[in-house]
Design a protein around this ligand. Sequence first.
Ligand code: PGA
Length: 253
Amino acid sequence: MRKQMAAANWKMNLTYQQATALLQTIISTDITLKENHAVVFAVPFPYLEMAIDTVQHRKNFFISAQNCSDRKSGAYTGEVSTEILKSIDVNFCLVGHSERREYFGESNLMLADKLNLCLASGITPIFCCGEALGTREQNQQNNYVEQQLRESLFHLSREEILKIVIAYEPIWAIGTGKTASTAQAQEMHAFIRSSLKNQYDAAIADQISILYGGSVKAANAKEIFGSKDVDGGLVGGASLNAAEFIEIIKALK
Ligand code: PGA
């Protein structure tokens, strides 16, 4: 059964004190999770150890970095390698969030390197893809996303691709309050799955979790997660509020 995942992306928000309080509130709430459910918090680097300690006794709760270096190690001041992340037991890492692509110039090829390093370190990458509004207006979203997959993912072996989580986040829906319709999300998720099937095979495509991201909130999570090919969500703004995020976790199918 595919993993269903509620992943919080805190981005560059919350002080240490606020982050600690938010995490405590969520993990001390009694939420019934199924065996195939996972709750992931992508937190700022300085909070990783605190967050790992806080969730360590809760089954199905995991901590993620929001980014990693595309270099293995060495003289790269300010960068954080996958080896460093692994050495403090980080399990997941976001790779290629659209904000990193847009503001920090991350290319599909650079992201391929990051994915390789995550896998070599035993970290599960959550690979983000998705098109801008202009691309969708020209009805080019499928070609655009397929190119992202081809250039960043499709060099991976069958064993490796099974270790990846994909997050489809249309850029026009991120932080805008504008969610893709359930039909738009399902359509793209089915397209991504069919690309995986063409590149690998149906059994592999069927096992890879594909999250939806872009203005997911308590009020729309159940409907979006209900679609056949949507395996949960990557949540920005609404993950900063305990009550909202708890409802989103409960919306997992
Ligand atoms: P949002 O962000 O939920 O605030 O739209 C999602 C994301 O960027 O991962």
